[in-house]
Write a protein that binds this ligand. Structure first.
Ligand code: GLV
Ligand code: MN
Ligand code: MN
Length: 429
């Protein structure tokens, strides 16, 4: 059997081209505030997202990759192997970006994946297994309130019918349903058809920036992810009583925003109380109704994001928050409704894929270390249908989800080299 060993050093990523393509992709953005430097806002199925997808499709087609799109817009770019009936080796990530984000989150995995496949083709290696790059739809929860839409549907853990009814999390804004939005974007057909089978992929590997400070601090160019922490998110709706900001007397108030403020602090207090570095909780949005300076807030919607490598400890925090909410609803005479958006399990990475990445790093002479991903990724769900692992590269100051997110060309190059050679090895197995 032909093996990838020995090919490894021949697979050479074109760093200049990859960096140029990352720059081009970053220009597909709809940033609301000018003068924000490199800020990228690319909400799923927005005009910019669709333009970026079309550009990427052209790039992949130029390289002779077979392109397939599914009903939710996940896009598959396949290099056909010499034994096309074998389960393929897959890689991928996302190109949607939260408001005022940077230009590397997700995109390094997509464009790095494309360049890795091109490098393999240039090397003359003919993989046994097909190698597939996947652009996954809506990894970010910005538009539909839940992250990893495309990969959840691939893994079959999101009911297709309720997925089609998902709509914007914000009152009055982005209220179209997923069914309407994907239809307008040209992605049609039943969402049930998105699901993939257990043996479609032999392995899944995602390249991503670390989004944390550890690799930079320890000056290690590659992180090999062993597990992904379990995310959960909730929506709290607080109903109080509004009125005139001048005329409604203080003792008579049932201010929804004041109640929300207590909930926000309760989330922080109980996440800190676990004393575990892996417990993190955030209230990332707060929508106030009616939202006028001279009006007492009558309604508030909060979105809470809470994660832990230990889902039981995550639940302990939520129980404590609910205890506080019971107390404050009585005290403030407001009504609080809790809606669970998602509560996922952690993912454990495949020992075999980890081992292959380790071997590749050793062969390329690139130092690496094992680490946990506290951010979630589509890999959390791809792990349900294929042995999964992730390759992390450092990002400056550990900063992500900000315009000043930055990963150096040399770190991106090393990550892509490791990805290309990992795909090569796996595709020869
Ligand atoms: C992904 O963007 C996350 O929020 O972890
Ligand atoms: Mn992100
Ligand atoms: Mn990401």
């Amino acid at each position: 059997m032909q093996t990838a060993t020995g090919f490894a050093r021949q697979v050479e990523v074109n760093s200049a081209r990859l960096m140029e393509e990352l720059q081009v992709l970053s220009k597909f953005t709809s940033v609301e505030q000018p003068n924000e430097g490199t800020a990228v806002t690319r909400i799923v199925f927005s005009e910019d997202d669709l333009k970026a997808r079309a550009w990427l499709k052209r790039l992949a087609a130029e390289d002779g990759l077979l392109v397939r799109e599914d009903a939710v817009g996940n896009t598959f770019y396949r290099l056909v192997g010499s034994e096309p009936d074998l389960p393929a080796v897959a890689t991928g990530s996302h190109i949607d970006a939260i408001p005022h984000a940077g230009m590397y989150d997700g995109t390094v995995g997509v464009l790095g994946g494309l360049e890795a496949i091109r490098a393999l083709k240039r090397s003359g290696l003919r993989p046994r297994r097909s190698i597939e790059l996947v652009l996954l739809t809506s990894e970010e929860p910005t538009r539909f309130g839940i992250g990893c839409l495309g990969s959840r549907l691939i893994a079959g853990i999101l009911d297709p019918e309720s997925a089609d009814n998902l709509h914007g999390a914000e009152r009055g804004k982005e209220a179209e349903t997923l069914a309407q939005v994907r239809d307008a974007a040209g992605f049609r057909g039943p969402l049930s058809s998105v699901r993939l089978k257990q043996d479609d992929y032999y392995a899944w590997v995602e390249l991503h920036i670390e989004q944390g400070p550890i690799l930079e601090r320890e000056q290690i160019p590659i992180g090999i992810v062993t597990a992904i922490a379990a995310p959960a998110s909730y929506r709290f709706t607080i109903e109080g009583v509004g009125g005139h900001a001048g005329a409604l007397l203080m003792p008579d108030r049932r201010d929804a925003l004041c109640a929300a403020a207590e909930i926000i602090l309760s989330v922080e207090k109980h996440a800190l109380a676990t004393k575990a570095i892996d417990t993190v909780a955030t209230v990332g949005t707060c929508e106030v109704y009616p939202g006028a300076v001279n009006s007492v807030p009558s309604g508030v919607t909060l979105q809470v994001d809470i994660r832990d490598i230990d889902p039981a400890r995550r639940e302990v925090v939520m129980l404590a928050v609910r205890g506080d909410i019971d107390e404050l609803t009585r005290k403030r005479e407001v009504k609080v409704t809790e809606e669970l958006v998602n509560a996922d399990q952690p993912a454990i990475c495949s020992e075999h894929v980890i081992e292959v990445i380790e071997q590749v790093c050793a062969e390329l002479g690139i130092p690496s270390k094992h680490m946990v991903s506290r951010a979630y990724h589509d890999s959390l769900f791809m792990a349900q249908i294929a042995p999964m692992a992730m390759i992390f590269i450092p990002c400056r100051g550990g900063v992500s989800h900000r315009p000043d997110e930055y990963a150096s060309p040399s770190d991106i190059f090393h990550g892509t080299q490791v990805l290309a050679n990992t795909l090569a090895r796996l595709a020869m197995e």
